[in-house]
Design a binder for this molecule. Structure first.
Ligand code: FA5
Length: 410
């Protein structure tokens, strides 16, 4: 039936009458009196009053400059006509349309009224005077209002003008804290800096040569397997440990050398409560003349006691790393049970915390250092695992999830 007579909308008798009424008449009647019983009719009414408001504002602006007193007076008149607290048209709309609206229409009327009320801010005196090019007047009066904007409606008024309400409370930016892994890393650095070590760093995207070959890890070694290592291409990997920095530092500085290399490492490990694909290590390297395994033991015992407390005992057991000879594993007495035996230490009383050993002569050679003259020791520890022991955390994944409830505890 499109376009047929039946489709055409014929205004209701009340609606036709409504068209002829002035804004004052309309706002002094209820929606029922005006025959506005649908959301559509209500929308039309609000569109009508908005258009009237805009027209009067434009007329005021168009009248433009002239006598300043006269202009201020007519701005005030226009403002009062719409915004006066008791008899202004906005208040009448509130009283007669919104408050007396039938229950089912209230939400629609409320929404339309709020939008209209915001629009009506354009006829407050300061805005009007600004619009005719008398901004100082507006600003001056505005400032007075800022100082006295103590009620909610005043505040809305100030912010609707795009002004700054100094009476509102400020927005406090919540400060973050240093991540526990960084805290532990810094603590470890502090201890070794106190022993005369300096900090070195190297690339996280590293060559296969520095990651493996230079460290005496032959091509057949399982550590080079794709299972352990994340390859970028056949010659480049995300470094699976911080040990490549040993070679880079030896090449760069030569001997003697006392360095600490904190940084990220990546492995193709299945994530679980003690394994992550990205984690942090701290590598230590000392190269000098007359370095013995006893130096390594003494240094790591001192470090463990500094980090975990004086009661900690250390134990070295043989191990294997291609880049150290002899190699060892450092265990500390369990921080949870004090060595008595618990689930964490698998009832042994000891927890292995890092690999270490005397630097393999081949590795010194790859670093450009004469193994006949110099010797060295090295160690590598997992920072997250240290943090887990220090703070009694049972899941390594918590460090990398960025949950503020976890992080704010440190
Ligand atoms: C190494 O990475 C040797 N480069 C350490 C080393 C350096 C030995 C110098 C000798 C001389 P290992 O693979 O064991 O070693 O790793 C060292 C530490 O990194 C472990 O003790 C553990 O704490 C941590 N680690 C290893 N894999 C992960 C992982 N997937 N998630 C979290 N931490 C890990």
């Amino acid at each position: 039936m499109s376009g047929s007579g039946a489709d055409r909308r014929i205004p209701h008798k009340d609606t036709q009458t409504r068209f002829r009424m002035s804004i004052e008449e309309k706002t002094s009647q209820t929606l029922k009196d005006l025959g506005a019983g649908t959301a559509e009719a209500i929308g039309e009414l609000f569109a009508e009053v908005s258009a009237a408001l805009e027209k009067e504002r434009e007329e005021f602006v168009a009248r433009g400059a002239g006598d300043e007193r006269e202009r201020s007076q007519s701005a005030k008149d226009l403002r009062d006509r719409w915004l006066a607290r008791k008899s202004g048209l906005v208040s009448l709309i509130d009283e007669n349309w919104l408050k007396k609206a039938p229950k089912e229409l209230k939400p629609a009327v409320g929404r339309a009224f709020n939008q209209f009320r915001q629009r009506a801010k354009s006829v407050d005196t300061e805005s009007l005077l600004c619009d005719v090019g008398q901004p100082e007047a507006g600003a001056k009066q505005g400032n007075l209002q800022f100082a006295s904007a103590s009620t909610e409606s005043d505040r809305v008024e100030v912010s609707a003008r795009g002004g700054l309400d100094l009476t509102l409370p400020g927005h406090r930016r919540s400060l973050g804290s240093i991540h526990p892994v960084t805290q532990v890393m810094r603590e470890i650095e502090e201890i070794f800096l106190g022993l005369g070590f300096s900090i070195e760093s190297g690339p996280e995207i590293e060559s296969v040569y520095y990651s493996f070959d230079a460290l005496n890890i032959p091509e057949s070694h399982p550590a080079r397997d794709e299972w352990d290592t994340i390859y970028v291409n056949s010659e480049t990997v995300l470094r699976p440990h911080t040990s490549p920095v040993q070679i880079r530092a030896m090449e760069k500085h030569g001997a003697p050398l006392y360095i600490l290399c904190p940084g990220k490492a990546y492995r193709h490990d299945n994530p679980d409560s003690t394994h992550a694909t990205m984690f942090h290590q701290v590598e230590g390297l000392a190269v000098d003349t007359d370095i013995s395994f006893a130096d390594l033991k003494g240094t790591l015992d001192y470090f463990a006691k500094k980090f975990f407390g004086d009661k900690i005992k250390t134990n070295f057991s043989p191990s294997f790393f291609p880049f150290t000879e002899p190699s060892g594993e450092l265990a500390i007495s369990c921080v949870f049970c004090g060595g008595a035996g618990c689930r964490v230490c698998k009832e042994s009383g000891w927890v292995e915390v890092m690999g270490c050993g005397k630097v393999h002569p081949e590795v010194l050679r790859h670093g450009g250092i004469d193994p006949e003259r110099y010797s060295g020791w090295a160690f590598g520890l997992g920072v997250e695992r240290f943090a887990m022991m220090k703070y009694d955390i049972n899941d390594i994944q918590l460090f990398h999830q960025g949950d503020v409830r976890f992080l704010e505890q440190f």
